[in-house]
Write a protein that binds this ligand. Structure first.
Ligand code: NI
Length: 188
């Protein structure tokens, strides 16, 4: 496994529509492993391949463990993910992005989405994601279309993280912190 560099706003790859993956093999597996390592190191709760300058339809998502509820961390890797069904209900929530460090804004997202895709070996997989997990999937799949959260956020809510917000977000800096609904943020 190896860390990859996360590119930031202004890099043209972030605005490209990513290519569908057709070749499954060791190279793809390596990319996914590297993305997981890079996401964890950031730290973040999701990462799309275009963010490491690979214009391919691959995302990784990791929901942190919830110690209070005794829920383990959940890790997902989706190749060619597609949102095939969405709830009518939407909900605003704070988001940030590892490619736009230090900024957050409120984005309306579907509360529930059904995502279909493939795993690292091309095997079909699907997930019905809700709430925070659904938000992360929608954010990451947007990256594959060259869409960033600042395109969807209510412009009045986009702002630089205050030192106080950054402090609340300890251990969940950048994407993770910003994406986490405020009420669920770990207290200090
Ligand atoms: Ni992002």
């Amino acid at each position: 496994m190896a860390m990859r560099e996360i590119i930031t706003l202004g890099h043209p790859t972030l605005r490209q529509k990513a290519r569908k993956v057709t070749k499954f093999g060791p190279e793809l597996k390596q990319l996914i492993d590297d993305m997981i390592e890079t996401m964890r190191a950031a730290p973040g709760v999701g990462l799309a391949a275009p963010q490491v300058n690979v214009s391919e339809r691959v995302i990784v998502v990791e929901l942190p463990a919830d110690e209070e509820a005794e829920l383990p961390a959940e890790l997902y890797a989706y190749v060619n993910p597609e949102i095939v069904k969405v709830s009518r209900d939407t909900e605003p929530g704070e988001e940030g992005c590892l490619s736009i460090p230090g900024y957050i804004g409120d984005v309306d997202r579907h509360v529930e989405v059904l995502v279909r895709g493939q795993d690292a070996f091309g095997k079909p997989q699907r997930i019905k994601a809700q709430d925070y997990l659904a938000r992360i999937f929608q954010h990451e799949i947007d990256h594959l279309e060259g869409v960033l959260f600042i395109d969807r956020a209510d412009p009045a809510t986009i702002h630089k993280l205050t030192p106080e917000e950054a402090a609340t977000a300890t251990g969940e800096a950048a994407e993770a912190a910003a994406l986490m609904p405020r009420a669920e943020m770990p207290a200090s």
